[in-house]
Design a protein around this ligand. Structure first.
Ligand code: MN
Ligand code: MN
Length: 289
């Protein structure tokens, strides 16, 4: 396969770009399957699969000013806090210039770095099979299993909504309820539909600053087997896409995390690349500035 080592069609200079893609090759706190650190390069490679024109959005990706910064220089030799600080440094440069950060994990912990540079009244929408609301996991407060809890240190828990969850610890759930974290489980979504979730949230979302984080394990493992902690009974990819389309006008940044290439046959990276391309396009299409 002929690929160029950068995200397909992201050929704008940093200075001119309105979206900045960066990879974070880090999976030190992975608890079940390692390999998410390989995802940024795997997703970049997969991004060359697509036509530059997208039938869904009617846009040509080459017409959008997107820069691929490459990977942040981190590795599993860094502690989670060191990695998070590096993500924070770059994300800050992006956000200060009014550009939209697009993070490619790596493990979910990277989200803490990006969101720490956003205003504290930002609303976070997390697509995830897991609640990620433990205070510590395996003794580590900066673990992939604690992401929403750490986000809640900066953006209060009542500004966070987790969608598609179907796995949590009993104590974690109780603490989430106590702190005011909202979540929609996959079983209720199956019965009522993601549109029902949208109707519940739309008034609140409208006009807000939204940060979107997509943990790819929210999607059913039949569609996205290449992930660190797969959990059956997940969402369909197209449901996630159509939801993102509705909230796109208010998204100020997003990330996609937890793709694990060693356990993938290629389809998970393809889905990740498509979701990233489409999300950028849907934000661009609806932005009124
Ligand atoms: Mn997660
Ligand atoms: Mn997860």
């Amino acid at each position: 396969m002929e690929t160029e080592g950068y995200f397909a069609d992201a050929e704008t200079d940093f200075k001119e770009a309105r979206f900045v893609i960066f990879g974070i090759p880090y999976d030190k706190t992975a608890s079940f399957r390692r390999g998410a650190k390989e995802a940024p390069s795997s997703i970049r490679e997969a991004s060359w699969n697509f036509e530059t024109y997208n039938m869904k959005t009617g846009l040509d990706f080459r017409d959008i000013p997107v820069h691929d910064f490459g990977d942040i220089s981190t590795s599993n030799n860094d502690s989670p806090v060191e990695m998070i600080n590096k993500v924070k440094d770059l994300s800050n440069k992006v956000v200060v210039e009014g550009k939209t950060p697009v993070g490619i994990g790596g493990e979910h912990t990277i989200t803490i770095g990006i969101t720490s540079t956003l205003p504290s009244d930002t609303m976070v929408i997390s697509f995830d099979a897991h609640l990620d609301f433990r205070d510590k996991y395996q003794g580590e407060p900066y673990s992939h299993a604690c992401v929403m809890r750490r986000l809640a240190d900066h953006i209060t828990a009542d500004n966070i909504v987790v969608i598609g969850v179907r796995s949590a610890e009993k104590r974690e759930l109780l603490e989430a309820k106590r702190e005011g974290l909202r979540y929609y489980d996959a079983f209720t979504i199956f019965n009522k539909g993601l549109n029902w979730v949208l109707e519940e949230l739309m008034e609140e979302i409208t006009g807000r600053k939204i940060y979107l984080t997509i943990d790819i394990d929210v999607v059913d493992p039949a569609y996205a087997p290449g992930t660190g902690t797969p959990e059956p009974f997940g969402l369909k990819p197209i449901e996630v896409l159509m939801f993102i389309e509705r909230i796109a006008p208010w998204i100020i940044g997003f990330d996609l995390v937890e793709v694990c290439p060693p356990f993938d046959n290629g389809e998970t990276s393809i889905l990740a690349a498509r979701l990233i391309r489409s999300t950028i396009e849907m934000i661009w299409l609806k932005r009124k500035d």
